[in-house]
Design a protein around this ligand. Structure first.
Ligand SMILES: [Zn+2]
Length: 304
């Protein structure tokens, strides 16, 4: 478990769904259930500029830095808000995934969960978007490719919103397989790219539930993962397709999140030496978020 108190200092203003209480709810749940006692906890370091520059343009990074308000709020787009603590939080959120890669590659842990905010999967190489400032997962993937010389890495994204940022950044990167399920048509409303050898997009109808979600994973993600044989699997872990979460229309259950986590563990056991790095994306109904993150982490740890 990799996190940092700075992630609580990203203040998005009153009534914003992507709020610090999300992390508090997860932490409280981990303590209450005893999971906190069996996890190894690590502080997330700040991401370095060089690590960010592997996936973001200099102008994007400088825009975030120069727009940071000393007080009050700045709106980068209708949904994406920065306060004085936002840059520190974003640096720790991306740094967490880098740290996770180093820990897993060193063999210190088999898998890691980055309990961080702001989320990352909508941030593109040149712009912040949809609550996301930096692409946390992409920064970690680029680190794994560059510093650890991995040749095949998969990113699986079960957030209810399509991971347009991850997709854009690795669109032409053959070493990265991107698998995503998402409600469609829906935010981010970016053009839906067709499938390719390194891309498996599985749109879900707004009325979709467990059956459609599980079919998407079984029939599309799993064959692609078996064929690609990733050496490491990254997870954009968003829990906003839960039926209790009114951010979307898709209605998954706690059991679906357990099931998809088990599928990812299965895929990682085949080619990736069980190496899984998961980072929090969405999930805004605090009770279902906390329950499903706990379950997800238990499955990654082999605790059931
Ligand atoms: Zn989402």
């Amino acid at each position: 478990m990799i996190s940092h108190n700075a992630c609580l200092g990203h203040d998005t203003g009153p009534d914003h769904p992507e709020c610090a209480r999300r992390l508090s709810a997860i932490n409280d749940r981990f303590v209450m259930t005893g999971l906190a006692d069996v996890l190894r906890h690590y502080d997330a370091p700040e991401v370095t500029r060089d690590q960010l520059l592997r996936v973001h343009t200099r102008s994007h990074i400088e825009h975030i830095e120069s727009t940071l308000p000393a007080e009050g709020y700045v709106r980068l787009d209708p949904d994406t808000i920065m306060s004085s603590g936002s840059l520190a939080a974003a640096r720790r959120a991306a740094g967490a995934v880098v740290k996770a890669v180093d820990l897993v590659m060193a063999g210190d842990v088999e898998s890691a969960f980055c309990c961080v905010r702001p989320p990352g999967h909508h941030a593109e190489s040149q712009r912040a978007m949809g609550f996301c400032l930096f692409s946390n997962i992409a920064v970690g993937v680029a680190h794994a490719l560059r510093e650890h010389d991995l040749q095949r890495v998969a990113v699986v994204d079960f957030d209810v919103h399509q991971g347009n940022g991850t997709e854009e950044i690795f669109r032409d990167e053959e070493r990265v397989l991107f698998c995503s399920t998402f409600e469609h048509p829906f935010y981010p409303f970016t053009p839906l790219l067709g499938n390719a050898p390194n891309r498996v997009n599985v749109p879900l109808d707004a009325r979709a539930g467990s059956t459609e979600f599980r079919a998407a994973i079984s029939e599309h993600w799993m064959p692609a993962l078996r064929q690609f044989e990733p050496e490491m699997i990254f997870v954009s872990a968003g829990f906003d397709a839960h039926r209790d979460d009114d951010m979307s229309h898709v209605s998954l259950t706690d059991a679906d999140y357990r099931w998809v986590s088990e599928q990812i563990v299965e895929a990682a056991s085949l080619s990736a030496g069980n190496r899984i790095i998961s980072a929090l994306e969405g999930g805004y109904e605090l009770h279902s978020l906390a329950r499903c993150v706990e379950m997800h982490v238990r499955v990654l740890m082999g605790l059931h």
